[in-house]
Design a protein around this ligand. Structure first.
Ligand SMILES: O=C(O)CCC(=O)C(=O)O
Ligand SMILES: [Fe+2]
Length: 339
């Protein structure tokens, strides 16, 4: 153990020396040097923002690394479940066994408090990275000083993950937690996708809105990957939890504004398993359901739908389905139907 920690320390302090690249001008050494420089720059900027926002934040209790989560933030049913005073079946709605569930997580007052903090960050004018390539208006919570809150929340939800999704829901040791925001003139909805997450929690924080159903299709690699399974309707304070590999997407908001907290959980242990490293990829059972099509991922999107405005650049970039998983009668976009 001591040796392992010493090696880790050596690598973190001086990766070039650790890997024997010191003094070398090889492409690998240069790549490593550039990578270290980029990571240091991004991390430096992030720490600056956290420090500055520490002086501007409104709800200090959210940022405190020491104190535990407050009972008063949580819906009484989930709190009681975690204390062993409620039964799972009385707290949880099972939408798709082993794949999608929902439950009340936060009290409405706590959603308002969290949103007050988020809007305060927006109005601070401090820079924030976008949570992923698809959400352009969200915030990564660790980037504004809320990493301790995210860690405590993940720990709080771990038992539930383990019970509902043995494997992907076990032994979480990483997270990516962010706010997504949808309103007129900004992002309206989200294309069909799977998450870089083993298990995803998605909590609606408000505000008032219409539309924005969360559509679920099949799991990546399953014969029904692009077949419709259900629509979840968001409710303030309620959380939907699903396998990251389940294909899902958000309908456009038709009025109002929606902000959700998304918690992606990673389990290194699960990621070393055969199930994760060598997943079976079944042939698709039939042509996709239109609601399950993705303009960012699918090779046949244009066969069934017109590309949305400003999304033409994705044409021809899709990978799904892989060649060996094509359904009978598949044709990629741009090809002529056979007579
Ligand atoms: O907008 C939503 O509710 C879903 C967001 C989502 O799936 C994601 O960010 O990965
Ligand atoms: Fe997602």
């Amino acid at each position: 153990m001591v040796e392992l920690l010493q090696s880790l320390r050596h690598f973190l302090l001086d990766p070039k020396d650790y890997l024997g690249y010191e003094g070398s001008e090889s492409p690998e050494a240069r790549r490593l040097q550039n990578w270290c420089r980029d990571v240091a720059r991004v991390n430096g900027q992030r720490l600056q923002v956290i420090k500055k926002y520490g002086e501007l934040c409104r709800h200090h209790e959210l940022f405190d690394p020491i104190t535990t989560l407050k009972e008063d933030w949580f819906h009484p049913k989930i709190w009681a479940l975690m204390k062993g005073e409620e039964e799972l079946k009385d707290v949880l709605t099972e939408h798709l066994p082993g794949e999608v569930y929902s439950f009340p997580l936060f009290k409405e007052d706590f959603c308002d408090l969290l949103l007050d903090e988020i809007f305060n960050f927006y109005s601070s004018g401090l820079p924030a990275r976008r949570p992923n390539s698809m959400n352009n208006y969200g915030i990564i919570l660790s980037d504004i000083g809320l990493e301790p809150f995210v860690e405590k929340l993940q720990e709080f939800l771990q038992k539930l993950g383990e019970e509902l999704f043995p494997g992907p829901g076990s032994c979480w040791d990483g997270h990516h937690c962010f706010i997504v925001r949808y309103r007129e003139g900004e992002d309206l909805g989200l294309d069909m996708h799977t998450d870089d997450s083993d298990v995803t929690f998605n909590v609606c924080l408000g505000l008032d809105f219409a539309g924005a159903g969360l559509q679920f299709c099949g799991a990546a690699g399953a014969a029904n990957h692009r077949k419709y399974s259900m629509t979840y309707s968001h409710k303030k304070g309620h959380c939907v939890v699903h396998l990251g590999r389940k294909r899902h997407g958000a309908d456009d908001i038709t009025s109002g504004e929606r902000l959700n907290l998304i918690l992606w959980n990673h389990s290194s242990e699960y990621r070393q398993s055969k199930d994760y490293r060598m997943p079976a990829y079944a042939r698709e059972e039939a042509a996709p359901d239109p609601v399950c099509l993705s303009y960012t991922h699918d090779r046949d999107f244009g066969v069934f739908k017109d590309y949305p405005k400003n999304k033409q650049l994705f044409r021809g970039r899709g990978w799904c389905p892989p060649v060996n998983a094509e359904y009978a009668g598949f044709r990629p976009e741009g090809s002529k139907p056979s007579l």
